[in-house]
Design a binder for this molecule. Structure first.
Ligand SMILES: [Zn+2]
Length: 246
């Protein structure tokens, strides 16, 4: 039986299908990640085809059949086009890196209100240009890693369990263990050291602090550290292609 569903969604990806149609990958509020077909969506006059473009936040009407792999999109209206993201090359790359996380690391058909709200919020934040795009991305990345079940404690050493004061000490980071105290940092191989400044910034991001004082360069360092951690934890994750050359 097919059910008509009205919901909001972010367009994660888009593919051509046959000569005229289009398949979009959507992260929806009500159904989680799904694929949907837009019949004749490649036609220049297709309003749904134009509206359901990558990165757009849209409100949609969907014919949903549980047994079907690809649903049918019958209506799409623009909620936000994020023109400030599109005008800034760095913001665009980092916003695409967010979409990549959904493309490769989020399972289909799993509704998650927190993740949906986080995605929506971070796209608006990129669009507001309140800080360097790398810092905005890092905020989302920390949140995403936590929701994916790989929470990094910034209060305890993951090896010896000793308490760490994130505002006053340096730490280490290891792809197997995560955050380490300064003693374990020296003992364990393949550990990179994290300066006190960088470590407390990571701690602030985890607690959702608005001001981080992070520079673009510091944010990039934390992003590549977390990226390599995630690649190690999830072998099928190949890393973020959008920001590879930044
Ligand atoms: Zn330790």
């Amino acid at each position: 039986m097919s059910v008509i569903i009205t919901t909001e969604a972010v367009v994660i990806n888009s593919y051509d299908f046959s000569n005229t149609s289009k398949i979009v990958v959507l992260y929806t509020q009500k159904l989680g990640k799904i694929s949907a077909m837009i019949k004749a969506g490649r036609d220049k006059n297709s309003k749904i085809g134009r509206t359901a473009d990558i990165l757009n936040l849209i409100s949609i009407v969907l014919y949903n059949k549980d047994m079907r792999e690809v649903q049918l999109l019958t209506q799409a209206d623009m909620v936000a086009y994020f023109s400030n993201i599109r005008e800034n090359y760095d913001a665009l790359l980092y916003a695409h890196a967010v979409l990549e996380l959904f493309q490769y690391l989020v399972k289909e058909h799993e509704e998650n209100q927190r993740l949906y709200a986080g995605l929506r919020k971070i796209l608006y934040r990129f669009d507001q240009r309140a800080e360097p795009p790398s810092v905005t991305f890092l905020r989302f990345f920390v949140f995403f890693i936590e929701l994916a079940g790989y929470e990094l404690s910034t209060n305890y050493c993951s090896n010896c369990g000793q308490m760490i004061d994130p505002m006053n000490s340096s730490a280490g980071f290891n792809n197997t263990a995560g955050v380490l105290c300064s003693e374990c940092t020296q003992k364990m191989t393949l550990t990179v050291s994290v300066s006190q400044e960088l470590f407390s910034a990571l701690h602030c991001l985890k607690s959702g602090a608005v001001q981080t004082g992070l520079s673009q360069e510091q944010a990039s360092r934390l992003i590549s550290m977390l990226e390599s951690f995630l690649k190690y934890q999830i072998p099928e994750f190949q890393g973020l292609k959008s920001i590879k050359c930044i």
